[in-house]
Each structure stands twice: as C-alpha cells, then as structure tokens.
Design a protein. Structure first.
Length: 138
C-alpha cells in the first residue's frame, strides 16, 4: 500500500503562488466555491515549487489524466506549455492541488506535433489551432 504524502497545510502561501483565470475572477472564482478554487497558467517552476514544498503530490492525477510528475516533464520540455487545474480548501478532507489540463500558446511545428501526438488520443477534451492548444481531463 502506498503511503500518502503529508501535505503542507499553509494554504495562504500555496494560494499566493496561483494565477486565477479572468473568467473565474469575473464569476467569483478568486474565492473558494464549494471548497475549490481554479488556477490557470502554471509554469514548470511554479508546479515544481508546489511539489518541492509539499503542496502537490507528484503522483496525484485527475482521473485518467497524467500524474503531476508527467505534467512536470511536459512543462520542462516545452516552456510555452502551462498547467491549469484547481486547489481544494484545507477545510476539506481532500485538500490538494490537481492539474486537469495543459495549454500552450505560440506553438512551434514541433510543439504542435507533440501536442497532437501525446494529448489528442487520450484527453477528454482537445482543441488546437496555430495560436493555442488545450487538452483537458475530466
């Protein structure tokens, strides 16, 4: 049986590192709703910081999506990729950070090919254009 990682419960510090999407702020998403708050545009350094400081379990995954470790690999190899997801309030028993999507802008041909080959087949939602790509797991 795998041991569960002891999470850092300093929610205020964790949340200070998050970038909230404009749509969420517009509709009250800059606050916790139902114990969850969305974040967007997380780069490699920030996600690695979350893991290093025990705010994110590297083996955490959103249902059948990649683990946070896999997302870290993708973000490191492709600096224009970003993670999106949500955090859970420490008042809940399932306090955590979850990554449920990966986005990219300014895609090179290699980035576009990688995005299509890796994510198109197994994400729940997928969109791609020359300017923007997104893969999401429910």
């Amino acid at each position: 049986m795998l041991e569960q990682m002891e999470m850092n419960m300093d929610q205020e510090l964790r949340d200070s590192k998050l970038w909230r999407p404009l749509w969420a702020i517009k509709y009250g998403g800059d606050k916790y709703m139902g114990g969850i708050m969305h974040f967007d545009n997380m780069d490699y350094d920030t996600l690695q910081w979350m893991v290093d400081n025990r705010f994110a379990d590297p083996e955490e995954r959103q249902n059948d999506g990649p683990t946070i470790n896999r997302f870290l690999h993708y973000l490191k190899e492709h600096p224009n990729f970003r993670a999106t997801g949500y955090v859970v309030d420490k008042g809940r028993s399932d306090y955590r950070l979850s990554v449920d999507a990966i986005t990219a802008t300014d895609l090179s041909d290699d980035d576009m090919q990688f995005f299509m080959e890796v994510f198109a087949r197994w994400s729940d939602e997928f969109e791609v254009s020359p300017e923007y790509a997104r893969a999401w797991w429910d």
